[in-house]
Design a protein around this ligand. Structure first.
Ligand code: SF4
Ligand code: SF4
Length: 342
């Protein structure tokens, strides 16, 4: 596969080459920290960031999405978004999360096929940026990943200081690098050594804990009182699910004006909200925070294993950093994994 070196100072040339054919999104410093925005080469890309507050899942699964318009009984579909885009500089955990969203929306598992998601998915190229400085809250190695995981990436980039080393990992990434090969220099042994040094240093910073057998444990303790300890202190604000790159629950709402015109929109939803499972009968099967927190953990560490053969957590640590009362999923998982089941 194609690979090459580019000086960070020359990234604007790459953006110039790309923007004739596609939109280039990259991490930049915004009002609320690092966020992914369209860049045209003039902005400063945030290379040395830990991770964005809001995950890049919005590129394929927007927080609020117009599905259709209606007037009385007449429906008008909204055109599918087929914008060609390069998502540059996302962390490997976030890129990997799209493989999980693919199973839920993108037909890779042969169960569900969401045309809105799939239209965007087919036009996106992911250029991941390996982590040199994982956050203290990151635990990707615990959930089967690592700071330079290439899962889901078309190209992986390594930050070597003033230069970036890029390696293609898919035919699409290969073609991209070949098309723009004039902007890249050849990789030397010294570059490879520097790359390995940085990734090994990042790995040394990662703290791994044991979740082997967790699914069997949580399946067995579904009715145990341990869940009351797990939820202790939780406000039910839903931030942990909103910020999670693998959470994909949504609500569909019709908004109608008195004129009869209206829109149908899809918005992110959260299993931590009391109305999430509220039935029209008035019954609510998850009528307290304990059941809702149990659902969040069971969904990620048991139900998705049954349904999609994967644990739906990439260890990004956002739910830990974002929780207003400092609840830490790592502690919860370790506590659950220590429960005695006989
Ligand atoms: S962010 Fe924290 S307080 Fe809010 S729902 Fe999640 S665990 Fe509970
Ligand atoms: S559960 Fe927490 S650590 Fe795991 S992917 Fe979601 S936000 Fe990241």
């Amino acid at each position: 596969m194609e690979c090459g070196i580019i000086a960070k100072a020359n990234i604007s040339k790459l953006i110039d080459a790309v923007k004739k054919k596609a939109v280039f999104y990259a991490p930049v410093n915004g009002k609320t920290g690092v966020e992914f925005k369209e860049v045209d080469g003039k902005q400063e890309i945030a290379f040395d960031y830990s991770n964005s507050k809001i995950p890049p899942k919005k590129f394929l699964f927007p927080q609020c999405e117009l599905l259709l318009r209606f007037k009385d009984n007449n429906l008008t579909d909204t055109p599918l978004n087929t914008e060609k885009a390069i998502i540059f500089g996302l962390r490997p955990c976030d890129t990997k999360s799209f493989l999980y969203l693919d199973k839920a929306f993108g037909d890779t598992y042969g169960k569900y096929d969401d045309p809105y998601y799939r239209a965007r998915r087919g036009n996106v190229l992911f250029v991941s940026m390996a982590c040199n400085n994982p956050c203290k809250t990151c635990f990707c190695t615990t959930v089967g990943s690592h700071p330079a995981d290439t899962a889901g990436s078309d190209i992986i980039a390594y930050d070597l200081g003033s230069e970036l080393l890029l390696e293609a990992t898919t035919p699409g990434g290969d073609e991209f690098l070949k098309t723009n090969s004039g902007l890249f220099d050849k990789i030397k042994d010294s570059h490879r050594k520097e790359k390995d040094k940085k990734i090994n240093a990042a790995l040394e910073k990662m703290k791994k804990f044991d979740i082997d057998g967790l699914k069997q444990k949580i399946d067995a303790v579904f009715l145990d009182e341990v869940w009351q300890e797990i939820v202790d202190g939780c406000l039910g604000c839903g931030i942990c699910t909103y910020l999670c790159p693998t959470c994909y629950c949504f609500d569909v709402t019709d908004e109608k004006k008195s004129s009869g015109e209206g829109v149908r929109v899809r918005t992110w939803d959260s299993c931590q909200y009391s109305l999430f499972t509220y039935h029209t009968s008035g019954h609510n099967p998850r009528n307290n925070k304990t059941k809702r927190m149990r659902q969040r953990i069971m969904h990620k560490f048991s139900y998705t294993v049954d349904n999609f053969e994967d644990t739906y957590c990439v260890g990004c640590g956002r739910c830990i950093r974002g929780c207003p009362v400092n609840l830490d999923i790592r502690e919860k998982l370790q506590k659950l994994n220590k429960v005695n089941v006989e």
